[in-house]
Ligand binder design. Sequence first.
Ligand SMILES: C[S@@+](CC[C@H](N)C(=O)[O-])C[C@H]1O[C@@H](n2cnc3c(N)ncnc32)[C@H](O)[C@@H]1O
Length: 286
Amino acid sequence: MLFIIGLGLGDEKDITLRGLECVRKCEKVYMEAYTSLLSFGLASDGISSLEKLYGKTITVADREMVEEKADQILSEARTSDVAFLVVGDAFGATTHSDLVVRAKSLGIEVRVVYNASVMNAIGICGLQLYRYGETVSIPFFTETWKPSSFYEKIQKNRGLGLHTLCLLDIRVKEPSLESLCRGRKEYEPPRFMSINTAIEQLLEVEQMEGQSVYNDDTLCVGFARLGSESQMIVAGTMKQLRSIDFGSPLHCLVIVGKTHPVEEEMLDFYKSGTENLEQDVVNVAA
Ligand SMILES: C[S@@+](CC[C@H](N)C(=O)[O-])C[C@H]1O[C@@H](n2cnc3c(N)ncnc32)[C@H](O)[C@@H]1O
């Protein structure tokens, strides 16, 4: 049996009781570590705190392993109980449906244990989850590669008055271009996009496309480290958020659409420049 278990957003304590029971009875435990990360990031002592709580050794599965060695994980799941741990919720990323489809087509039983995802944790800022349009991903630009398909999606959302969740690029264990050219794999250091970079790129695309979808004065909400003790949430214009230091990853950004008065009242708690902002955030997190 293949158990796909959501870990939630903060640290090892966010697994559900049901999830914990399942992990403890599995013979093999994999943890996906490239679409999202818990608050301790890639630190090995963070992984060992998970291992200590679960009483199991965890194999950290990077993108290569999940994409290229999925057969191995699935063949183990044919004859034994295998846990595949996902930060957040299993279906908060598009990637894992593929594993479910492959398992089911091989006749392997799949059980999913749900948990909180960034997709619903953003509800804390007061913008109604019912009033979001398509979620977009913002990839790191390079000098020569500036994909901007998110722009059209944001345009559609804003045309309908809907909010847009922007998920920001995570690059963990990516082979460097240079090493690929030399035929020997070497990896780039991990990189996580900040809210500041995301806003710079969004504005760069607005300048290139020129459709007036948003601008410096567009209201947004920046979220950092949701679910951890140090989570930070600030509402402000793109211009204001661009100069705020949100600290360590992970970050995401919401571009605010048309608001309801109650949404506005909630957002006011997070407005940039609010006195004791950090204190407010700590209170909200507690
Ligand atoms: C593919 S999505 C999340 C998938 C995860 N399975 C989930 O359900 O939350 C990954 C992106 O979500 C955002 N994200 C994830 N966790 C976050 C957190 N705790 N705080 C802020 N943003 C987060 C980041 O932009 C990150 O690049």
